[in-house]
Design a binder for this molecule. Structure first.
Ligand code: BGC
Length: 422
């Protein structure tokens, strides 16, 4: 089993999760409000970015996905920090010199606190895409010489659901039951599409050889029972959570490839309970944690019986192949896996997770799916949105000294990246 020569091996991170010191992000005050573990210095990557490049080199990786922290580059409205932009440019240059392709993501969940002070409705207001574009112009201007691979948004549906349906992220809107109307009629989809379209055009104007997409989180969906109602519920959920935004972007011609983040599978059941959006109950581990096991089952929740990661997510490598095939069938765009990985505190699962998921991805490729590369989530242990407990890193990070040491499975990944063999 061998990957083609030129297949791109890499790793992903995001600014808020690794840089540390992002006190101007809306998330900093949010952590205090919610009683989350503070992000603090994270992996101290704002200071230790050269060390991060050495980590990539140690694993023979040739691509690095990072995000640019809006709240750092634009700490107050319209006021930009040239030193912060220069630091990202220096990192992108150094990556290129090391033979590592930089991929920049403009929006990975974290936003400046002032965005919500100016406008508590956040992305329900059309000011948000305007502000995002003003920021994007500066970032593209600073990175255009060194970065040609771009993502506008990371997991827009995860972010919007967390911020505007579950109240888990700022601005803390809890309108889960009303999601369809809220997203479609109150501007969220429209504003994200507008921001993506304009950022896409901006990047292409400035960077002729650019390739632009979003990273879409895709779970492998299965009907909870063999009933026709559950099959229809899968279709409804798949459309809303995975395809609606992508379909619109594809129709507008603003996707040069597809970025796919794959982690797990979810069972979906048709529900007749009020307050369940679209009457489709998607049994994510997070929903089970929120409801507790009793209510979860009462509502018809079903979880698979596979091995779980430390997030409680079921490990389902065959779902990866299914997702890759389905997204190629539908969009006919080359695919880059922008995230895939596991929270593995005791080091017992990463190597086998990698082996099985890379095998599944290779099967999809052998069936004709053009997967161009794979970026593991994550290069190092980082802030998992409220806690440092989940360990997603190929490198462990000492929380006091910030020393990086290879985690179990890292050596295996380095070998695959070098030889292309599983
Ligand atoms: C997000 C990351 C997150 C990872 C693991 C993805 O949904 O893009 O920020 O750390 O999953 O939960």
């Amino acid at each position: 089993m061998r990957f083609p020569a030129g297949f791109l091996w890499g790793a992903s991170t995001s600014s808020y999760q690794i840089e540390g010191g992002n006190e101007n992000s809306a998330l900093a005050a949010w952590e205090r409000k919610k009683g989350w573990e503070p992000c603090g210095k994270a992996a101290d990557s704002w200071r230790l970015w050269q060390e991060d490049i050495r980590c990539l080199e140690r694993l023979n990786l040739k691509a690095y996905r990072f995000s640019v922290e809006w709240s750092r580059v634009e700490p107050s409205p319209g006021v930009f920090d040239p030193a912060a932009l220069a630091r990202y440019a220096a990192m992108a240059d150094a990556l290129k010199r090391a033979g590592i392709r930089p991929m920049a993501c403009l929006h990975h969940f974290s936003e400046p606190a002032w965005l919500f002070r100016e406008n508590p409705a956040g992305w329900m207001s059309e000011e948000a895409p305007r502000r995002f574009l003003r920021f994007s112009e500066r970032v593209v201007g600073a990175l255009k010489e060194s970065v040609s691979d771009w993502l506008t948004f990371n997991e827009p549906m995860v972010w919007l659901t967390a911020g505007y349906a579950l109240g888990h992220f700022p601005p803390g809107v809890r309108r889960f039951w009303d999601m369809g109307r809220l997203f479609r009629e109150q501007g969220l989809f429209r504003h994200v599409l507008l921001a993506h379209r304009e950022a896409y055009q901006l990047i292409h104007r400035e960077v002729p050889q650019a390739r632009v997409s979003i990273a879409q989180n895709v779970t492998a969906l299965e009907p909870a029972t063999g009933s026709a109602a559950d099959a229809a519920a899968v279709e409804t959920w798949d459309h809303f959570m995975h395809r609606e935004l992508l379909d619109a972007m594809k129709a507008e011609g603003t996707l040069d490839f597809l970025g796919i983040n794959y982690y797990t599978r979810v069972f979906v059941r048709r529900s007749w309970m009020p307050l369940v959006p679209f009457r489709a109950f998607a049994a994510h581990a997070e929903i089970e944690k929120m409801l507790g096991p009793f209510l979860f089952r009462l509502l018809g929740g079903r979880r698979g019986d596979g091995v779980l990661t430390d997030m409680g997510w079921e490990i389902v490598p065959e779902g990866f192949e299914r997702v890759l095939r389905a997204f190629w069938e539908r969009y006919r765009l080359p695919i880059l896996v922008t995230e895939n990985g596991t929270a593995d505190g005791d080091g017992s699962r990463r190597e086998s997770y990698l082996r099985s998921h890379l095998g599944s991805m290779l099967s999809a490729m052998e069936a004709g799916v053009p997967v161009e590369g794979y970026l593991h989530w994550s290069l190092m242990d980082n802030y998992e949105w409220g806690s440092y407990a989940p360990k997603f890193g190929l490198f462990r990070v000492d929380r006091k000294t910030f020393e990086r040491t290879p985690a179990a499975g890292a050596e295996y990944y380095a070998r695959v990246a070098k030889t292309g063999e599983l």
